[in-house]
Write a protein that binds this ligand. Structure first.
Ligand SMILES: Cc1cc2nc3c(=O)[nH]c(=O)nc-3n(C[C@H](O)[C@H](O)[C@H](O)COP(=O)(O)OP(=O)(O)OC[C@H]3O[C@@H](n4cnc5c(N)ncnc54)[C@H](O)[C@@H]3O)c2cc1C
Length: 264
């Protein structure tokens, strides 16, 4: 038996008030993770607070060298946005390779990063592009947001309202997808602005991480060959029926080199 009450938030304040006051209340955005989790009885919230009516949280703006994407913007909208394709084509490419059409039409960027699945695509872009996560309470730097597997810096009644991505000079994302779900077995996002290079790796470990040795090497020489002698340690990486930790460690290097070559 499902036993929860359903609330459609009328405003951001209303959503924060509801989710903060209802014991074990949970926000629902696209429902692409939350609903299967409920169906499998892996979560049992007492109340769902639906963000679906908050149209202020939908949309994409480009201004001041930044692409800002509202939390309730779907993966489909990001993947097809002419503005995103022009400013950060790697981000549109990433969004176009999330799941399947149904997932892309329902799933949202706010839901994806708040859920912080270790194999989700967006966290790698958030890290590599040094994005800022905007909530109803504050602005959080990418490096401070992703805390652990399915764990973020968000407080109980904190709601992601937008994600701001500085526009890089060059960027690319390459993933080795799980052939069934399309989640990343390993995904590597590389971004360069001047001599500042950031490399975000998803799927490989319990939580997205930056590959700092690669960043240093690419900062000196922006070339896939600069990564040839580097590797990440398999210790502590994920190991499951899809891939061993050693295989994932190998894939990080392969995906990073391909991403640099693609970014040009
Ligand atoms: C078959 C399948 C394949 C998938 N493949 C991929 C893939 O290849 N790559 C990938 O990255 N993802 C994949 N996903 C996940 C999908 O991309 C969704 O983005 C993701 O499930 C969460 O987004 P959502 O909007 O559906 O959030 P929901 O499921 O509604 O919510 C997820 C969690 O985030 C919280 N939350 C939602 N919005 C906010 C907010 N604004 N502020 C604070 N907390 C919030 C909710 O309370 C909940 O805990 C897949 C999902 C499915 C079902």
């Amino acid at each position: 038996m499902y036993e929860f009450t359903y609330h459609q938030a009328a405003s951001l304040d209303d959503a924060a008030r509801l989710v903060g006051s209802l014991p074990e209340g949970k926000l629902v955005a696209g429902g692409m993770t939350l609903i299967p989790t409920l169906k499998q009885r892996l979560a049992k919230p007492s109340a769902l607070v639906d963000l679906g009516a908050l149209k202020d949280l939908v949309g994409i703006k480009v201004a001041g060298g930044t692409v800002t994407i509202g939390a309730m913007t779907t993966h489909f909208a990001v993947s097809t946005s002419a503005d995103v394709k022009k400013a950060i084509p790697a981000l549109a490419h990433l969004a176009s390779h999330i799941g399947d059409p149904a997932v892309r039409n329902r799933g949202t960027i706010g839901g994806s990063i708040s859920n912080n699945d270790p194999a989700a695509d967006y966290p790698s872009a958030v890290m590599a592009l040094n994005a800022t996560i905007v909530t109803n309470k504050r602005r959080i730097a990418a490096d401070d947001f992703f805390k652990g597997m399915f764990e973020t810096a968000l407080g109980a009644d904190e709601i992601v309202t937008a994600v701001s991505f500085p526009i890089p000079e060059k960027a690319a994302y390459m993933k080795f997808p799980n052939p069934a779900s399309r989640y990343a077995i390993v995904g590597t996002f590389v971004a360069k602005t001047g001599s500042n290079v950031r490399v975000g790796v998803t799927g490989a470990g319990p939580v997205v991480f930056r590959w700092k040795d690669a960043e240093a090497a690419l900062g000196k020489s922006w070339n896939a060959d600069a990564l040839k002698s580097l590797s990440v340690k398999a210790d502590g990486l994920n190991s499951d029926i899809h891939a061993s930790s050693e295989y994932r460690a190998h894939l990080v290097g392969v995906m990073a080199r391909r991403a640099v070559a693609k970014a040009g």
